[in-house]
Design a protein around this ligand. Structure first.
Ligand code: H2U
Ligand code: ZN
Length: 344
């Protein structure tokens, strides 16, 4: 199917978001130079006295972190959302709309070791993080105003992460934000039209076609989706129609840890760098939901050359050169063992 269109510009539909990406594979016909622009790897700093996430250190507002030994969650000292935010006053014009948005923001440290990343953590260590995500998700979902809980990780300075210490953020909001809201509309529509789950159908298709699969285990599949926008964007899909973390069995939590480990190791190996990305989970209690993770890495050609979403992409639509099938092959071809060796 792809061989028919891999030489010509075309557009591909994203059935999850209901929008399109322009694909221009003819621009990548030039041979790959093999240059990865590796970044120097400095000796790892396991504890940084100036890091606000390291155990025992002081944070903003005079808070002090405990001497935590595995994971550690706290309320963001500069929270973007507040549980007691009042409703804004009316503006008197339908052109100027504002709504109350109560919420809560947490930070979750993955590990006491400042130098680690998911790619450098063991599967049991990541499993502890999965358990913490589940506990945070349950706790924040239970607040009376919560309509959505977004777990996300900004990894690397290129993605605006303020600190290399392994951590993520968790925001609970009073409204379903735009990205999961758009997905929800399309997931519902697919179910009404086809009587099956959109992502269950997509899992079956990717398993059958194989060419976009990066790695997999008994419970999860990581693919470069057919409609990927970022060069090495991936979608981690539950094989079973799991809706949200609290439904996971111990085997499935372990398998999620395993697929995150497999995928982030391959990412690091691609350009032999600590690979930057924004990742996060989409999940919910609704019948239409199907648990998945999006990884949006900015890198294009090397450890330093990133893709810019500018020009036509800001005024028209997203565009990519490298075919999703070729990106998946590149990620499949790198070693499954981290280039810095194993910590296990
Ligand atoms: P990011 O690296 O994804 O920006 O997350 C770090 C968060 O940590 C950030 O949202 C918070 C910032 O508000 N923070 C604290 O809560 N306390 C501090 O002492 C510094 C930063
Ligand atoms: Zn630290």
């Amino acid at each position: 199917m792809t061989s028919q269109c891999n030489a010509f510009p075309h557009r591909r539909y994203n059935p999850l978001r209901g929008d399109w990406v322009l694909v221009s594979p003819h621009r990548t016909q030039r041979p790959w130079q093999g240059e990865t622009g590796k970044t120097e790897t400095a000796a790892p700093v396991h504890y940084d006295p100036k890091c606000y996430l390291c155990p025992g250190n002081e944070r903003a507002g005079g808070h002090r972190n405990p001497q935590y030994a595995s994971v550690f969650a706290f309320d963001n000292d500069y929270a973007a959302l507040l549980p007691d935010a009042p409703a804004p006053a009316g503006t008197g014009s339908p052109l100027l709309r504002a709504e109350q948005e109560r919420g809560r923001c947490r930070v979750l440290c993955f590990h006491p070791d400042h130098s680690l990343t998911l790619a450098r953590m063991t599967v049991p260590e990541i499993e502890t993080v999965v358990e913490a995500w589940t506990a945070q998700y349950v706790e924040l979902s239970a607040q009376p105003f919560t309509q959505h809980v977004q777990i996300f990780e900004n990894r690397g300075a290129m993605m605006g992460a303020s600190n290399p210490h392994p951590h993520c953020q968790i925001w609970a909001t009073e409204h379903v934000p735009d990205e999961p809201a758009a997905e929800r509309v399309n997931l519902k529509l697919w179910r009404e039209t086809h009587g099956r789950g959109l992502l269950a159908d997509y899992v079956a298709l990717e398993v059958q076609q194989e060419e976009r699969i990066v790695c997999q285990n008994g419970e999860f599949l990581a693919v470069v989706p057919y409609w990927a926008v970022w060069p090495f964007e991936t979608l981690v899909l539950a094989r079973q129609p799991l809706r949200e973390l609290p439904e996971f069995s111990a085997v499935q939590r372990r398998a999620l840890a395993d697929i995150l480990s497999q995928l982030t190791i391959r990412y690091d190996n691609l350009f032999e760098t600590s690979f930057p990305y924004t990742m996060g989970f989409h999940q919910g209690p609704g019948l239409e939901q199907h648990f998945h993770a999006h990884f949006y890495p900015p890198l294009l050609r090397s450890a330093t050359v990133k893709k810019f979403m500018v020009g036509f992409e800001m005024l028209g639509m997203p565009q990519r050169d490298i075919l999703p099938e070729d990106a998946a092959a590149r990620l499949r071809e790198v070693s499954a063992t981290h280039h810095l060796g194993s910590r296990a």
